[in-house]
Design a protein around this ligand. Sequence first.
Ligand code: HEC
Ligand code: HEC
Ligand code: HEC
Ligand code: HEC
Length: 211
Amino acid sequence: MRKNKKKIFSGLCCAIVLIIFTTSLNSKDNEQRIKEELESPQLKIPLKEALGEEKYKKEINSGKYYYVGNSKCRLCHREFFIGRKKDKHDFAFKRLVETGYETNPKCLVCHTTGFGVPTGFKSIEETPRLANVQCEGCHGPGSLHIKIARKTKKGGGFLASPNDPITQKKMCNACHTERWNRSYHKNDLDKVYKLYKNPDPRKRKDNKNKQ
Ligand code: HEC
Ligand code: HEC
Ligand code: HEC
Ligand code: HEC
């Protein structure tokens, strides 16, 4: 009996040491990734990366596309908001606040919605409603979609639409670069991608690629 208790105790100690070790390894690794990012050239805006320079310029200059923020999407897509707080994209800005980089353009480009696009995120004071990677962070600015949906009760009007998986996936990979590759590895994108069809993040269970 005593021996057993001892075993359990030492096993527990091992586990705790291991947990402390891996978390400190993880945060050290983050420091390294952040340092490398800061030393690298400023990344392209994800929407520009996904559409290509020419199409991006043409569409954005048309004035039809601007960012509206999640509160507008909620009006018609309530089911996507029930478990929203379990999607890490909704905490992306918090990561920058925690590390003290919440005004650095090199970080904002991937941790906010539309940073660098004229109607996108600017700063937490000016555009608080576009912090984090919101709906429009993946699907692109939603103004035209809302106009169409109101008129026709149908979808459409996105620059990065799930109905155009090639562009939509380019959008994912624009932020999930080689350096920031923990959420999924390049070849696993197809598996992760499909999970996002489910409006409730809590039900995206078979996501085995979580960090
Ligand atoms: C006036 C209602 C309305 C608003 C507001 C609205 N949508 Fe939609 N949305 C629809 C309808 C209707 C469809 C088509 C049926 C469906 O897929 O649910 C749709 C479809 C979609 C689709 C599927 C792709 C497509 O084009 O069919 C996406 C993605 C989407 N909406 C995202 C958004 C986002 C992001 C916002 C906020 C910027 C938003 N919607 C705001 C009504 C709306
Ligand atoms: C190219 C897009 C991109 C850029 C640029 C970027 N990040 Fe991230 N960041 C991500 C992604 C994606 C994740 C999710 C973790 C992963 O997939 O590796 C992440 C995760 C993080 C995390 C959490 C890591 C963890 O332990 O879960 C921190 C902290 C962070 N980023 C800080 C920063 C800072 C600070 C900068 C600027 C120096 C920055 N990021 C620039 C895409 C980016
Ligand atoms: C991390 C990126 C990402 C974010 C953030 C995101 N989506 Fe999506 N969304 C996707 C992907 C990927 C698909 C396509 C999945 C598929 O068709 O297999 C999709 C599909 C959809 C669809 C179509 C679902 C269907 O049945 O075909 C709608 C509607 C939608 N998203 C609305 C939203 C709304 C509203 C938000 C904000 C609460 C949001 N999305 C946030 C990536 C995202
Ligand atoms: C604008 C940049 C951006 C885009 C576009 C983007 N992501 Fe992310 N993604 C992030 C960041 C940043 C995080 C980490 C947030 C955190 O840890 O706080 C993340 C986290 C994730 C995670 C981990 C989520 C979790 O809850 O554990 C997955 C999976 C993921 N992204 C998949 C995708 C897919 C699939 C797409 C495309 C449909 C996509 N992302 C588009 C920036 C982006």
